[in-house]
Design a protein around this ligand. Structure first.
Ligand code: GDP
Ligand code: ZN
Length: 311
């Protein structure tokens, strides 16, 4: 028996890096089930596992160690089955661009709120800064000011010129980091800039981006030369969906949550209630209007209870 880390899931087999440093192709036994989780695939990248290699050289995963965290995606709208994208993530990087394409603050805020819900520290990487005009640069600095004040570190980079990449390498060292971002922001180009040997395809739109397709995407972990891993979840823009309860949404907006202690009612939803400290703070520009708008949009979604695409 050996211990190892699942670094790749192909759907039919898993690649496990053992503590001795070997990479072993493993299968799971047919009757293998993880308690409490209904999933199309019970093992995922980032899982720490026990494996057994039998005499014929076939290896099996026999046990999964308890997970620190994991992120899931529903297989489809109607299905209750979920697909576990990755486990044991130390931090998440959201790659954004302020032009070509524009990443909207609502997307950023939904991502950050989901990261808070999963208790995964998130950081923001603003890419394509080589391509920004004066307005783009001003807006970039506004975003940086907004998000660093709340507590999310921001980094300005250009995957194309290599500017800022060393800073990113520093924060990746020794950690398992999830890379996320809308398609076209340069996620693949950035990963290639960090790991030049990898040669991920860039500039291509994979089929899984198309709405309505229920393609199962499998995540992969790429080892970093100085320790740590990058997790890429192809075709998944963010974390996948999460169903927020209206009452808990404010918990995932740290600056809103902090001020909400001063609301008159402790079940305040911060929409229209008298004595709402959050509404007052928005009026006084102590809470950003864009953050508040994102908060409302998540509340509205959870109120309506409608199915949402992974973001
Ligand atoms: P992904 O969909 O997020 O993986 O994006 P890609 O890495 O495929 O990049 C999308 C397009 O943006 C490609 O044409 C890249 O060459 C371009 N791109 C990526 N990074 C940069 C950058 O830092 N600056 C500029 N100007 N273009 C970039
Ligand atoms: Zn309130």
């Amino acid at each position: 028996m050996e211990h190892g880390l699942v670094i790749k899931n192909t759907g039919s087999w898993y690649l496990v890096k053992t503590n001795k440093g070997e990479e072993v192709k493993c299968k799971i036994k047919g009757n293998f089930r993880l308690k409490g989780i209904r999933s199309t695939s019970p093992v995922t990248v980032g899982d720490r596992v026990k494996i057994e290699i039998n005499k014929e050289g076939t290896a099996f995963i026999t046990e999964i160690e308890p997970r620190e965290n994991y992120i899931i995606r529903k297989s489809s709208n109607l299905s209750k089955e979920s697909h576990i994208l990755a486990a044991n993530i130390d931090q998440a990087l959201l790659i954004i661009t302020v032009s070509n394409p524009v990443t909207h603050t609502i997307f950023i805020d939904r991502f950050l709120a989901t990261a808070e819900a999963y208790r995964i520290p998130a950081k923001i990487v603003i890419n394509k800064t080589d391509n920004y005009n004066e307005d783009d640069t001003k807006y970039t600095d506004t975003l940086i000011n907004l998000y660093t004040t709340i507590g999310y570190d921001c980094y300005k980079v250009s995957a194309l010129t290599g500017k800022g990449i060393n800073e990113i390498k520093k924060i990746l060292k020794g950690k398992i980091t999830l890379f996320s971002g809308n398609s076209g922001v340069g996620k693949s180009t950035l990963i290639n800039a960090i790991l030049p040997g990898l040669n991920l395809k860039t500039g291509t739109v994979s089929v899984s981006h198309h709405k309505g397709m229920h393609t199962t995407t499998f995540s992969e972990m790429f080892p970093l030369p100085e320790g740590g891993y990058i997790i890429d979840t192809p075709g998944v823009k963010g974390f996948g969906t999460i169903d927020f309860e209206t009452e808990e949404v404010a918990h995932f907006f740290p600056e809103i949550f902090k001020i909400s202690h001063d609301c008159r009612f402790n079940n305040c939803t911060h929409r229209h209630e008298p004595g709402c400290a959050v509404l007052a703070a928005v009026k006084q520009h102590l809470i950003s209007e864009s953050r508040y708008a994102s908060y409302l949009s998540i509340i509205d979604d959870s109120t309506e209870g409608k199915y949402r695409e992974g973001y």
